[in-house]
Design a protein around this ligand. Structure first.
Ligand code: ADP
Ligand code: MG
Length: 332
């Protein structure tokens, strides 16, 4: 009963970045080691996530985009022990309702791939054979075209939405170990250009160097702090005096057990401590909280971005002391 209750209906897809996030997480859940995000006109016309994961088996084609279809829950006794990103079975069905969804997929057991077209209710309406390596490509055309008001809003804000998407992809590309990320965009008739690219290295350090450059990396201080309740936080923050003047949030990434999340309170704390000594700058922040699965709840918001710690007060206090030490020590 509680499982059903927690998988409550809710809008998962709020904008371009949440749409893409769901697809990227599906690729990660499928064990992909290569994930490509292709955009047309910054995602306004269409966007596509191409992976080399396990693919989808033909007996799932019909139910794939139906509401609450998920292949991920059966393997877990309850939501607490869940380690996959997905489990609600809402992303593909929501995308059908909001745009036009097609899927190309092939498992290692199939010799050819299938091309699947779904309608707005998530029904499979067309299927034909196609050529593809093992893996899955999900394409969404004209996101929000079914909602006139939101569609206008979407077009008007497309560059902002695109910026948010790139920042989110950075978040995944930094933390993912052994997963190659590429994002490309094609505007109008101009050539496709690479927005972001990593090699799928095995470490946070190498990913940061690939994305932000060696010179940026040398301005970061590695962190590893023990927190109360068997928690640790690992990552990097700007050394004192080496932040950037950019807006906060631009290069600030927070994770819980490798899952990108919003942490406004932690973000605010780091900025305050850092800016105490560097009034005009914002630090680069990459922090992964490694916590026992019981200590937090990801099921609070449909997009799974908001995280609640059961012991938030003392976690913040520990962080304050540890970061305070770094920033006061390096500013003298
Ligand atoms: P959820 O991720 O919560 O299970 P989704 O609506 O995101 O729900 O996806 C529905 C199902 O489609 C997944 O459970 C999975 O079986 C399958 N699926 C979606 N994308 C992929 C992919 N890239 N590779 C393999 N299977 C996928
Ligand atoms: Mg999913």
């Amino acid at each position: 009963k509680s499982v059903v209750h927690k998988i409550c209906a809710g809008q998962v897809i709020l904008d371009l970045s949440s749409a893409t996030k769901e697809l990227v997480e599906n690729s990660l859940d499928a064990g992909a080691t290569s994930i490509e995000i292709a955009l047309k006109d910054y995602g306004e016309e269409w966007f596509q996530v191409i992976d080399n994961g396990c693919g989808i088996s033909p007996n799932n084609f019909k139910v794939l985009a139906l509401k609450h279809h998920t292949s991920k829950l059966a393997d877990f006794p309850d939501l607490q022990s869940l380690t996959t990103f997905g489990f609600r079975g809402e992303a593909l069905s929501s995308l059908c309702a909001l745009g036009r969804l097609t899927v190309e997929t092939r498992t290692k057991n199939e010799s050819v791939a299938a091309h699947l077209t779904f309608d707005n209710t998530g029904q499979l309406v067309a299927e034909h054979k196609t050529a593809r390596k093992v893996g899955t490509t999900v394409t969404v055309k004209k996101l929000f075209s079914n909602l006139p008001v939101r569609s206008k809003e979407f077009s008007r804000n497309i560059r902002k939405e695109y910026g948010k998407l790139v920042s989110l992809l950075n978040a995944y590309a930094i933390i993912a170990k052994g997963v190659r990320f590429v994002c490309t965009n094609m505007s109008g008739k101009s050539a496709r250009s690479v927005v972001l690219k990593t090699q799928g290295s095995g470490s946070l350090k190498d990913n940061i160097i690939t994305l932000f450059g060696m010179s940026t990396f040398t301005c970061l201080e590695p962190l590893s702090i023990s927190l109360p309740g068997n928690c640790t936080v690992e990552g990097f923050v700007s050394k004192s005096g080496y932040g950037s003047g950019r807006n906060m949030g631009d290069r600030q990434f927070f994770y819980v057990n490798g899952r990108p999340v919003d942490m406004p309170k932690v973000g605010k704390l780091v900025n305050e401590l850092y800016r105490g000594a560097n009034s005009r700058q914002y630090p680069i922040v990459v922090l992964n909280f490694i916590v026992p699965i019981m200590a937090y709840d990801v099921n609070v918001t449909p997009d799974k971005r908001k995280i609640f710690f059961s012991d938030e007060g003392s976690i913040l206090q520990f962080l304050r002391e540890a970061l305070g030490m770094i920033y006061s020590a390096s500013s003298v």
